[in-house]
Design a binder for this molecule. Structure first.
Ligand SMILES: Cc1ncc(COP(=O)(O)O)c(C=O)c1O
Length: 346
């Protein structure tokens, strides 16, 4: 504040603080191979705003959006606001199934406006799409001229090694928009995310759309964010620390799930991010389980909300990033009790 003076509290440009856009572009180029410059980066009030603005400029009522099934609830909410319809594409433990994408696109009554994907440690499933599938998805979309919206809030939170390179790093004749955020690596309350749009015609539509909503993202937040991330060593040490803390919490949840869940509960082990996705292979609706678990003083997100057509109810999302290992162990024990009681009776 002392260094920046009144500028940190003033109106600013819609596109965002130039030095912060430069830092983001440099990081995306050097670490992730996304060929972009500062001009391609637009600062957003969280990546949630990017999803809303994409919906705002691209969707007319009744337009199709292709999505992984299940997918991020906030994206469904953002696109619902523009009266989208969904082309839901099957997923498995390796994320979106390219053959299913191909088949759905061939069957669709019209081409979707875009394909929305969360390729790393997806919210809600924790799944990551492998390199081969990424390439296949890019090529399928390129062949059909289908835009991809790649939403990547969790890629930095990889517990072992690194994630496969982003879809946006592939050469493709069809546009690939890339959304990132400071929420999972610095602080969600700053409300800072970014949209990388290398297509000038798209940027020319996004910028006035954002201007009409909030003029620009908070100036003070952008200065603070830049100050924090641009001192390389400190930021890298911080990200390394949260990776380690979250890894320990993932391990605590895994150990507790192994101990307390009955055999009808299936899950894969996420290699990063914040979530476990549990499927209960019994005649249980997890909305019903939610009430039983709440009585045990433990809560989760029932899975139905993550299905664009709200048509599956036997799954649930657990978050492990936001609790201490002891609390995780106690919570999973209680949840295990609620599942067992509901499945087999007390
Ligand atoms: C997949 C995904 N996209 C976007 C967001 C929105 O994040 P923010 O608006 O805080 O950047 C979230 C938040 O949980 C998310 O999980």
């Amino acid at each position: 504040m002392r260094r920046e003076g009144p500028a940190a509290l003033q109106y600013s440009v819609t596109e965002g603080l130039p030095r912060l856009r430069e830092w983001i572009a440099t990081r995306l180029r050097s670490r992730y191979g996304i060929a972009c410059g500062a001009d391609d980066v637009l600062m957003m009030s969280g990546s949630q705003q990017a999803l809303d603005l994409i919906g705002k400029i691209l969707l007319d009522p009744g337009d199709l959006v292709a999505v992984e099934n299940p997918t991020y609830l906030g994206a469904i909410q953002a696109f619902d606001a523009y009266e989208a319809r969904y082309l839901t594409v099957a997923t498995d433990d390796g994320g979106i199934v390219p053959e299913a994408l191909e088949a759905e696109l061939a069957r669709a009554p019209r081409r979707p406006k875009f394909l929305y994907l969360v390729p790393n440690f997806q919210n809600p499933t924790g799944r990551t799409i492998g390199a081969e599938r990424r390439e296949a998805v890019v090529r399928i979309c390129e062949a059909r001229g289908l835009m991809i919206v790649e939403d990547d809030p969790y890629g930095e939170l990889c517990f072992d090694g690194t994630c496969p390179r982003p879809l946006a790093s592939y050469d493709s004749a069809a546009p690939i928009l890339y959304c990132g955020t400071g929420s999972k690596i610095v602080a969600p309350g700053l409300r800072l995310g970014w949209l990388v749009a290398r297509n000038p015609a798209l940027r020319e539509r996004i910028v006035p759309a954002k201007q009409s909503v909030d003029l620009h993202s908070g100036t003070l937040a952008q200065y603070l964010f830049h100050e924090f991330v641009s001192q390389g060593g400190r930021f890298e040490a911080h990200v390394a620390r949260i990776r380690e803390v979250y890894r320990q919490r993932r391990d605590a949840m895994l150990a507790a799930l192994r101990e307390h869940m009955p055999a009808c509960v299936r899950y894969a082990v996420p290699r990063g991010g914040m979530f476990f996705w549990l499927a209960i292979e019994a005649a249980i609706d997890t909305e019903e389980l939610f009430a039983a678990a709440a009585r045990e003083r433990v809560i989760f997100v029932p899975g139905r909300a993550f299905y664009a057509n709200r048509d599956r109810g036997n799954e649930l999302r657990l978050n492990f990033s936001n609790s201490q290992p002891e609390a995780i162990a106690a919570g999973i024990e209680r949840l295990g009790r609620a599942v067992t009681t509901l499945t087999f009776g007390s």
